[in-house]
Design a protein around this ligand. Structure first.
Ligand code: DX5
Ligand code: ZN
Length: 245
């Protein structure tokens, strides 16, 4: 896919953090051939989180090799406003920054700049942050990313108590949002995310280590779509910002 669909449906975005980063193009191509809907690219600055990964120069190279696939840049950085244009130039489609990395006053401007740069707006929520903080921005964003681990590293244990946030979001804003989950999601823990109402699933180590990625990705997507169907969450997003362009 090259943009977010206007309808809520299952979308699987592998995180390449635990892949062989020296072979990023090959690893990404493989994941896409195996059915991934988009790629989740973890950007860390060693400040907002205690780790370093890749930045816009690497993403730009990856984009040259892999056109037409939706790139979700998960910006675990202290100054999210600083990289908006660079990430857009590098070919990023969704700029997902953390609400904890900025102030309530700065939020509207960051959101506006991301949209002006023609990217979708994702807002990440760390485990200890109250979900209510997102309410005042909900009409202006495309995706809420619920972290189910403390950001910084792949391969951590899934925090089940974050499901309450997802349930609340899906119930309170049924027609507004793609809800993405990130951290410790595997073939078992995905069930809780799906039941709670998430539709965008990030999975790192579980998919990278899987011997049957094709099957796992397909099964993950089916679980989401079946759940949406049975719950009759046949959601047509009402917000115009979701129109593909
Ligand atoms: C953690 C990252 C995640 C992580 C996911 O800070 O944001 O995207 O790589 O990897 P797993 O699925 O292994 O937790
Ligand atoms: Zn991530």
């Amino acid at each position: 896919m090259d943009s977010l669909p206007k309808q809520i449906k299952g979308l699987i975005g592998p995180s390449i953090l635990n892949a062989d980063l020296s072979a990023l193009t090959d690893e990404s191509r493989r994941l896409l051939n195996e059915g991934a809907d988009y790629l989740h690219l973890d950007v860390m600055d060693g400040h907002f989180v205690p780790n370093l990964t890749i930045g816009h120069p690497v993403i730009k190279c990856l984009r040259k090799n892999i056109p037409n696939i939706y790139f979700d840049a998960h910006m675990m950085v202290s100054q999210p406003e600083q990289w908006i244009q660079e990430m857009a130039n590098a070919g990023v489609n969704q700029y997902t920054f953390h609400i904890e990395s900025t102030t309530t006053e700065q939020m509207p401007e960051i959101i506006r700049k991301i949209k002006e740069a023609d990217m979708k707006v994702g807002v990440g929520i760390k485990p200890k942050t109250n979900i209510n903080v997102i309410s005042e921005f909900i009409n202006d964003i495309d995706v809420v990313l619920i972290m189910t681990v403390e950001p910084g590293f792949g391969g951590q244990k899934f925090m089940n108590d974050m499901m309450e946030k997802i349930r609340w979001l899906r119930k309170t804003y049924p027609q507004l949002l793609h809800i993405e989950v990130d951290g410790g999601v595997n073939m078992k823990t995905i069930d809780d995310c799906v039941q709670a109402g998430a539709n965008m699933i990030v999975s790192g180590s579980a998919l990278i280590d899987s011997k049957q990625r094709n099957k796992d990705i397909e099964q993950m997507r089916q679980m989401i779509d079946e759940n949406l169907k049975t719950k009759k969450v046949n959601i047509q997003l009402t917000n115009d910002q979701f129109c593909s362009h």
